[in-house]
Design a protein around this ligand. Structure first.
Ligand SMILES: [Zn+2]
Length: 603
């Protein structure tokens, strides 16, 4: 999936690291001690990673009381050790060491998401709250029409329903059962995590999170604003067009022609992907010209063949095929006889060659895309396998997600589908607008959503947003960036941010913002390298070994260098740049202007 914990960070899931009491030496440590410390930490963490990966794999592909027990035990042991090392790394803050050691210390120190302080009882309290938030979220159910619905069930209905009373009931229902009871816990969790972050030398946990990008935390915040400024005009046009189509469909009392869009009408619980309402907003005069899901089925594709097709794509640009063990050990379809975690993910069990995917692929265009996405993680993992353990990671957390999406943009082009024999002919230029519109509905709104999830948390961690204003502040951001409104007045006990998994689970979200931008930047760079002259959306770098070699050069660096250097190794560009999104969607942007003529789109 394009969003969610779907790959393992060199095996160690730093979802939550708890700091136990550490001994602080009174005298300043030496550089020789720093080197010894890093060597020992790296060796131990690498070993832990293998152990945790094996335990995690068996649990995810065979859920039982026993595998849950084994994984929990492995997690606790590994986290405990990783935490001690993270804390100890801070001791060497002022010791002069070589660049490689300095980078490893930097990575060790900020590798955590929710640090607890060394105060007695703090780590246990934080662990209890974090688990409770996760459980509250995962077990929430909503009674509807005589059925008890899980979030998955609700999302399925929301995807298809075109009845605004029903979408409102589900949208409000999920927010009534999932999150109001979380608010007090969340406020306490913020206090505890801030206490831990301050011990590590960060002003608050938001500063810690913003310190992951090889630049000062305040510079990263400014960077996200600058990137949004680049994307906002396109978002505004798309918003304006979609609003008008929704208003036409549902009438102006349900969706007025002016102001925010009603959040429940967009086919997604958080209005982060809008592709599910493509049928409502599709241009009437032209169509995409083919149906990829139908073509896959007609040609007898099964899940294994879809994964082979994705593997072939990477091979075509010069990557080695997935190893034989991948085909023996991966889980590609849902097993009939046991519970598994179906959420697609990519693994590198031994941080070397034991690559796998775990998924329940269906024969759909979505999963055709997802297979390319997941294998992108595997290609990255293998490319950095010769780096020292602490550098075996993406250049930053956005990079890892962006590689597979870059491949997905290629794999969906009609030219490539024709080469595969999935379509008989490449549709003419008239099909570009439907193609781009469908793509934009999923790729553009996520940027607006992703920015608010972490802006809200940055404000909460810094104390700028206090618990009594949690919900108001959330909606201020939703209005400012997504420009949406709730279907009705929000109740006074609402805690709407908690209705999103990544808030309940404490998974940082800026990575999805970055990944969406990198994806297009990578794609444009590859197409330039390939000498492509036509519209960007028709570019496919299938079989281009030169492009593959450049990508490999970026991936093989892992996290050994700042991400700007990794980016430059592939693209020659030294900074993240959202102009590639605007280039890609340029024809759509012109078309949207035409559709929006006479409408007031500005806020
Ligand atoms: Zn992913």
């Amino acid at each position: 999936m394009r969003e969610g914990f779907d790959w393992t960070i060199a095996g160690v899931l730093f979802a939550m690291l708890l700091l136990s009491a550490s001994s602080r030496g009174s005298s300043e440590p030496t550089s020789a001690e720093a080197l010894d410390f890093v060597a020992k930490a790296e060796a131990d963490l690498a070993q832990d990673s293998d152990y945790l990966n094996h335990a995690g794999w068996v649990q995810a592909t065979y859920i039982s009381t026993d595998t849950n027990w084994l994984l929990a035990k492995a997690n606790a042991e590994v986290i405990d050790r990783a935490v001690r090392y993270a804390k100890e790394a801070a001791r060497f803050d002022h010791v002069k060491v070589d660049d490689v050691t300095a980078r490893k210390l930097y990575l060790l120190k900020q590798s955590m998401v929710l640090p607890a302080s060394s105060r007695s009882g703090a780590s246990q309290e934080l662990a209890n709250i974090a688990t409770r938030l996760d459980t509250d979220y995962s077990t929430a159910k909503f009674a509807y029409n005589g059925r008890t619905l899980t979030l998955d069930d609700m999302e399925d209905i929301l995807r298809m329903s075109r009845d605004p009373n029903e979408t409102r009931t589900l949208w409000e229902g999920w927010r009534a059962v999932s999150s109001p009871q979380m608010k007090a816990d969340y406020a306490r969790l913020v206090e505890l995590a801030n206490e831990g972050s301050r011990e590590l030398g960060y002003a608050d946990t938001g500063v810690l999170w913003r310190s992951w990008y090889d630049m000062p935390p305040q510079a990263f915040a400014a960077k996200t604003d600058a990137l949004w400024t680049q994307v906002k005009p396109l978002y505004t046009k798309l918003h304006c067009y979609v609003r008008a189509q929704l208003s036409r469909k549902y009438g102006p009392t349900v969706q007025p022609m002016k102001g925010p869009i009603r959040a429940d009408l967009l086919g997604n619980m958080w209005s982060q992907f809008w592709g599910n309402v493509y049928d409502i907003v599709a241009p009437k005069s032209t169509s995409l010209g083919y149906d990829l899901t139908a073509a896959l089925r007609a040609q007898g594709y099964d899940a294994v063949k879809i994964v082979h097709t994705a593997d072939d794509w990477y091979q075509s640009i010069g990557f080695a095929p997935e190893p034989a063990s991948f085909w023996e050990r991966s889980m590609i379809t849902r097993p009939r006889d046991r519970e598994v975690v179906c959420h697609a993910s990519a693994w590198d069990i031994d941080n070397k060659d034991d690559l796998r995917v775990k998924a329940c692929f269906a024969i759909t265009a979505d999963d055709f895309y997802t297979a390319h996405h997941e294998l992108g993680h595997n290609m990255y993992q293998r490319a950095y396998q010769n780096q020292p353990f602490l550098f075996e990671n993406g250049a930053n957390d956005g990079f890892h997600e962006a590689i597979g999406d870059f491949a997905g943009l290629n794999a969906l082009t009609p030219d490539y589908l024709k080469q595969l024999g999935l379509i008989d002919q490449v549709p003419g230029p008239e099909a570009d607008i439907p193609y781009l519109l469908r793509m934009a509905l999923d790729k553009v709104p996520i940027i607006a959503f992703a920015i608010i999830v972490d802006k809200w948390r940055w404000g909460v961690f810094s104390g700028q947003i206090t618990p009594e204003h949690y919900n108001d502040a959330w909606w201020d951001l939703v209005v400012k960036y997504q420009y949406l409104m709730p279907p009705g007045r929000r109740p006074s006990n609402a805690f709407d941010p908690g209705a999103k998994y990544h808030v309940a689970d404490n998974t940082p979200y800026a990575r999805y913002f970055l990944a969406d931008i990198y994806e297009f930047q990578f794609y444009r760079a590859a197409c330039r390298l390939a000498g492509w002259k036509g519209p960007l959306n028709r570019c496919s770098v299938y079989q281009n070994k030169e492009v593959g070699a450049k990508i490999e050069a970026m991936l093989s660096l892992g996290q050994s260098k700042p991400w700007t250097e990794a980016l430059a190794a592939f693209s020659g560009e030294h900074d993240i740049d959202a102009s590639a999104i605007n280039d890609y969607f340029a024809p759509l942007s012109v078309w949207l202007d035409k559709q929006n003529r006479g409408r007031s789109c500005e806020r």
